[in-house]
Design a protein around this ligand. Sequence first.
Ligand code: F6P
Length: 369
Amino acid sequence: MSKMIGILTSGGDSPGLNAAIRGVGKALLGRYDMKVIGFRDGFRGMMENRTQRLDSAALSGILTQGGTILGTSRDKPYAMPVAGKLKDMTEVIVDNYRKHHLDALVCLGGGGTQKNAYHLMKQGLNVITLPKTIDNDVILTDVSFGYDTALGIATEAVDRLHSTAHSHHRILVLELMGNKAGWLALGAGIAGGADVILIPEIPYDVKKVAAAIMRRSHNGQGFSIVAMAEGAISREVAFKLAEIDKNKGSKKKEPKLPIRERIADCRPGNSLQLAQQLEELTGLESRLTILGYLQRGGTPSAGDRLLATRLGTACADLINNGKFGVMVAARGDGVKPVPLKDVVGKRKTVPLDHDWIESARSVHTCFGD
Ligand code: F6P
């Protein structure tokens, strides 16, 4: 009897998800004569037993499509909103796995998805995952699919902002996604030639940013582009957050509000505030652009289609070999299964001595430090 494999996509949508579904699905169907069933909207759909047939017709024509044909959600098996309350729905999900006589479940997603998949693995399910995120913050893989497309879009945004920046002699701040990692802002900032790059890994001093902009202005370059990661924080905020962390273990009674709300200006990626501060400090007109979901929308780049297909087909090979409890990671030109337990709960941030940072400094990019 043919084996039956389930597949779901979870977390934020990302370019390359459909290419990956197609890669896994076509290889399982055509090469290994297995059957494939999709669950709608991530772990929520698996809990609600909402399925979608993934036969060769369904897998055809999706390589170049953005988003995910399966739909997605950020719901977690062990904390799922049900009737207004967070409930542990793990058992229902495990039951549905058994009801469909699944031999394996493929989960496509970022850090949160890896954690959820690991949780199901611990319940005895045969789980295998692929790394997807525009943030590129999943560890133990060189890169995740989605990043290359987002990098291209973000770089084009930096390119296009140059026209207005130099014509109007303005400071243009561009807020980019990336969650708590700076890969997207750093990559796009370097590729697009941003004058200032602010990333969460390097808390910035706004006065140093203003000074760098003024130096450019005195040298006849009356405009500047600031590529700011949404997770970037100033030195003051970094200091306050460190203080809060230090006090967490103490017996002092904690106020009820969540940490970040207690200190109004502790919001990371406070790009509007930064644009205003730079205008005040430099006397130059300043404007803010937030690129938002444009970064993860639309057709995947050639690089992401290639990566997602490589990882997806390798995933099918691993399933055929009975290898579970792993994430299929990209390593150089090849792939490597890495234990899920080594992936969960960790984030790949930009190392401070990373080559990209050194290169950017060599072309006089300011990091505000
Ligand atoms: O993880 C991808 C990402 O786009 C992050 O860069 C961003 O912080 C987050 O998702 C936005 O989440 P949501 O889709 O829930 O608005």
